[in-house]
Design a protein around this ligand. Structure first.
Ligand code: SDX
Length: 435
């Protein structure tokens, strides 16, 4: 990361008759930041920025998102090129190791994936004794943090020594944990990973193979899944990535940090939106609601209803990942003979209506990465409650890369924001008899 930040300008802040020069730094793409690290010490002031809308928490070399231009870079490569030319494991390697792998590096990375694809047999007890209809995101988070009980933890001191093992162990096993949570949910026997299968093939096989029915892996489904995982692989300091950094900043191990990130991703305002989009579309379709009314409801302040899969903190234009997801979704459903899928048709109609509506135009609300992905996952046979689990599998390399970067960043320290206290003034204690 850019530890020797070069100040390009200075801003002046005058408080209580004292003027403070605050340096302004510029990132690779020209974005500028005001360094306020001395603010409280020099002025006694803290900043107030709910949701950290205006606050940069770190420098980072990993990804860059231009919300005005609709650009996503991962280690300098744009998402369109990576989606077209790479498999997911190549992008995972790029994010974590900082460069695209050579053929040799790809082979050893794939071998490590294979070596680490099984989970300890004792973990099956956890799955079997988990409540029957537990949400797979709850199971995934619990199982990931449980890995720290079976495997050496990657703590902040040893991040360089054991990175290969711990990182590839997690990248590989998350598929197995996810598929086992699905098999548990439907009451079918667990399917073990196979050394004969590639990363996404293995996941699909563990999800859908069964002793009583064969499962032929469709190469186009595998290709589509690779693309969707790439689209989710990293996205700057989103909510769950910030959680992973925050937990890691306390010195907690990688498994604990990722488990916390999975919980943050679960929320419907974040990764849980892909499940919420399908539930919204199904609700509209089954109840015969009109697109016009849905749009009007989403605009009403008091309705609390939102057009799920629309809007974004950073994008003020079309999310480039949504554009790629929409194209891949159409191609996949066409290949699977579902060109007339009613939910896809409804999603397109809803999108067109929203994009022509002045409310959505004025607020710069466009489809985000979650809008079309659920329709594709559904076509693959992935159940709705597993959509955010698939998002987590895709985001894992980004979380890992960001956790390592935070651990190695000498400017970082344990995250501990300040607050503005608005509670009661100090008061004398009241004993029970006087309350
Ligand atoms: C992801 O950060 C990332 O990078 C996340 C992510 C990643 O890769 O990690 O891209 C993945 O989480 C995508 C977002 C998935 N969530 C959804 O699709 C849920 C629906 N979207 C919204 O809840 C909302 O757009 C957020 C949460 C995504 C962003 O919220 P913000 O930035 O806090 O914006 P806001 O809630 O302040 O909204 C600004 C205005 C408000 O109206 P006013 O109060 O100004 O009158 O826009 C309105 C909002 O009511 N608005 C919407 C809307 N999204 C925002 N109105 C209707 N429908 C929507 N979807």
């Amino acid at each position: 990361m850019n530890t020797n930040k070069n100040a390009v300008a200075a801003a002046q802040l005058t408080v209580g008759g004292k003027t403070l020069d605050l340096p302004v730094f510029e990132g690779t793409r020209g974005e500028r930041s005001l360094d306020i690290s001395v603010l409280r010490r020099e002025t006694g002031l803290v900043t107030y920025d709910p949701g950290l809308v205006n606050t940069g928490i770190c420098t980072s070399d990993i990804s860059f998102v231009d919300g005005e231009k609709g650009l996503v870079l991962h280690r300098g490569y744009n998402i369109e090129d990576l989606a077209e030319h790479c498999m997911f494991l190549e992008v995972a390697y790029l994010l974590i190791m900082g460069k695209l792998p050579t053929l040799e590096e790809q082979k050893s990375f794939t071998n490590l994936m294979n070596e680490h694809s099984m989970i300890h047999e004792d973990m099956q007890h956890f799955f079997r004794n988990y409540p029957e209809h537990a949400h797979p995101m709850a199971v995934l988070s619990a199982m990931v943090v449980s890995l720290s009980s079976f495997y050496p933890q990657l703590d902040t001191e040893s991040v360089t020594e054991r990175i290969d093992n711990t990182v590839t162990r997690l990248l590989s096993k998350i598929r197995t944990l996810a598929a086992f949570s699905y098999k548990k949910f439907i009451g079918e026997p667990f399917v073990y990973p196979s050394y004969k299968l590639r990363y996404c093939e293995n996941f699909l096989n563990m999800m859908f193979y069964s002793p009583v029915r064969d499962y032929i892996i469709d190469p186009l489904v595998e290709r589509a899944l690779n693309l969707f995982l790439i689209l989710h692989s990293d996205h700057e300091q989103n909510c769950s990535t910030t959680v992973v950094r925050t937990v890691g900043s306390s010195g907690a191990n990688l498994y604990a940090s990722i488990s916390a990130g999975i919980c943050a991703l679960w929320g419907p305002l974040h990764g849980g939106a892909n499940q919420a989009v399908i539930e919204m579309l199904q609700n509209i379709y089954e109840n015969g609601a009109s697109v016009k009314n849905v749009i009007e409801d989403a605009k009403r302040k008091d309705s609390k209803i939102r057009l799920m899969g629309f809007g974004h903190r950073v994008y003020k234009t079309y999310d480039p990942r949504a554009r790629l997801a929409k194209k891949a979704c159409r191609e996949l459903l066409g290949h699977l003979g579902m060109r007339k899928d009613p939910l896809l048709e409804l999603a397109v109609e809803l999108e067109e209506a929203a994009l022509q509506d002045s409310y959505f135009q004025e607020k710069n609300l466009y489809p985000n990465v979650d809008y079309y992905t659920g329709i594709a996952y559904r076509a693959m046979g992935i159940p709705t409650n597993m959509f955010t689990v698939v998002f987590a599998i895709g985001r894992l390399p980004g979380w890992i890369a960001q956790w390592i970067e935070n651990t190695r960043d000498m400017e970082q320290k344990i995250m501990r924001p300040r607050q503005i206290y608005t509670g009661s003034p100090q008061k004398p204690f009241v004993f029970t008899k006087d309350r």
